[in-house]
Design a protein around this ligand. Sequence first.
Ligand SMILES: NC(=O)c1ccc[n+]([C@@H]2O[C@H](COP(=O)([O-])OP(=O)(O)OC[C@H]3O[C@@H](n4cnc5c(N)ncnc54)[C@H](OP(=O)(O)O)[C@@H]3O)[C@@H](O)[C@H]2O)c1
Length: 266
Amino acid sequence: MRVGESNHIVYLGNMKITRRTVSFLQRLFACALVSASSLALADDGLDIVVYGATGKVGTHVVQEALERGHNVTAVSRRPAQITAQHVNLSAVKGDLLDETSVADIVTGADVVIVSVRGVIGNSDKPESALQYMAAEMLVDVLHKLGPDAPRLLHVGGSGTLEVEPGVTFAAKLPTILLPRGLEIEILGQMLALEFLGKVDDVNWTYVTPPKNFTNGPRTAEFRIGGAVALKDGRGRTRLSRADFAVALIDEAERAAYPRQRISVAY
Ligand SMILES: NC(=O)c1ccc[n+]([C@@H]2O[C@H](COP(=O)([O-])OP(=O)(O)OC[C@H]3O[C@@H](n4cnc5c(N)ncnc54)[C@H](OP(=O)(O)O)[C@@H]3O)[C@@H](O)[C@H]2O)c1
């Protein structure tokens, strides 16, 4: 094959083409390479379902997952609320109280992240906290999916953390000052942890935030602990929501803590 050039003409084998055509082909080839690499990124990413995608924590989780090249299914009862636009983002309508909807949405995903809150009905029982009902619903659905089921990352509550040996933050709360709904949610998160602790046929991780969530920046610097509340040098248990999202997507990618409760804080 002859490859050479003369003034404005380039020879490729017996083919004679102009420099302008060569430049066009080079640009076309470069575009094809860029598209191919974006496709490869999308293909390599995890398929992550986020329940609570419209929430204060969930919006950070969706953003963090997208920035790391994952494919995100953001679930809301009113998906029109999800205004973010991204080629790897789908906003879908879903309700955690509807088993058929949950099964349709999570089937085929790699990871399901649940970051929701609320109290269902007028009951005063912790069993009516959505955080607990969501854990029960997902375990039921994922159990039925068998070995192909996605992993479950449950966003937990700091009430479950020990602030003194053997004493949880929830046990120390001045309940008389708490709105009843919040107390039910805190107790619901304790129930969810107890419930998940007994589940051995679904791959779950209960990711516990610290007592104080902040709107601070993403630093990607934090510690991972267990049942005891992590305190910073000034005795505070805190973390930005953006950094909590980093910890969640780290766990989505690494699956480092199967069937465990972890906690995250500075
Ligand atoms: N220090 C702490 O321990 C601490 C502090 C704050 C939060 N948290 C935990 O963090 C998690 C998220 O809290 P957040 O502050 O981000 O809550 P949030 O802003 O109030 O958002 C709640 C989310 O729940 C979703 N949701 C409610 N009912 C639903 C249903 N039936 N089906 C599906 N989704 C439903 C809502 O989605 P749609 O309305 O769009 O459907 C919304 O996105 C909770 O688990 C909470 O307990 C812990």
